[in-house]
Design a protein around this ligand. Structure first.
Ligand code: CA2
Length: 157
């Protein structure tokens, strides 16, 4: 259901295994936990005048539902994790979002195994920010806000 406050809300959606951040593979994903990243995103978006909805799930269908519920938000950031490379259902959900959608990754998938080189969801995204650890989320928030306030001058793509 749409609410008036959604126009000032940015949704940050996180896929499978990202709840494990900070516990394993810090050389790839950094030492920050997902809670640390959420706190940073809340603080940053607040400083720019936006509310934040930050969610994580390990279940593909739940991620699809989260995208559907975010359709009325000002912008959607999504780190779909492994589903980035596999999920047509997620692509279909993201294609229904009129607001800017930014694909976010902590690591740079193109530097990694070939299976990570293809993003199934990229056709539904305005842009991709990857490879900067937790900073990817802040850079993506800035990109989303610039798209929302029109300061980039980009209206298509
Ligand atoms: O770099 C990213 O943000 C990824 O979306 C992370 C996904 C990976 O499948 C994508 O190719 C790139 C994997 C997330 C797994 O997260 C973990 C965190 C800590 C320990 C183990 C896994």
């Amino acid at each position: 259901m749409s609410t008036s406050s959604d126009s000032k809300t940015i949704a940050v959606l996180n896929g499978p295994n990202l709840n494990l951040l900070g516990t394993r593979q810090p050389e790839i994903y950094g030492r920050q936990t997902l809670a640390d990243i959420e706190a940073m995103c809340v603080k940053h978006s607040k400083s720019k005048g936006f509310d934040l909805r930050f969610q994580q799930t390990n279940i593909e269908g739940e991620l699809v539902s989260m995208v559907q519920e975010a359709r009325t938000c000002a912008a959607v950031l999504i780190n779909a994790a492994g589903y980035t490379h596999t999920s047509v259902a997620l692509l279909d959900a993201l294609l229904t979002v009129d607001a800017p959608v930014i694909e976010v990754h902590l690591s740079s998938p193109h530097k990694r195994e070939a299976i990570r080189h293809r993003s199934v969801i990229a056709p539904a995204c305005t842009g991709v920010i990857a490879g900067f650890g937790a900073l990817s989320y802040r850079l993506a928030l800035d990109a989303a806000i610039a798209l929302v306030d029109g300061s980039l001058g980009i209206t298509e793509g």
